[in-house]
Write a protein that binds this ligand. Sequence first.
Ligand SMILES: [Zn+2]
Length: 73
Amino acid sequence: MELSECPYDNTEISAQRFPAGFLLLECAACGAAWELHNGLVQRIREPNWERARDARIASRPGLATSADATDAG
Ligand SMILES: [Zn+2]
């Protein structure tokens, strides 16, 4: 299993490689973090669910803003 997108908000995850041989994966949007070691992924930090929801909404074009109101002036 390889994480490239946050499962909570589909934001691209940044990976940090540590000398000890593990990867730290972190979602900048919701703050969730995973540790990848020997092919095993373990979540080490819970996401901020409100921020994850906001990021998910913002990443979907068309949902966030529906400014199609016609200006009848
Ligand atoms: Zn996230």
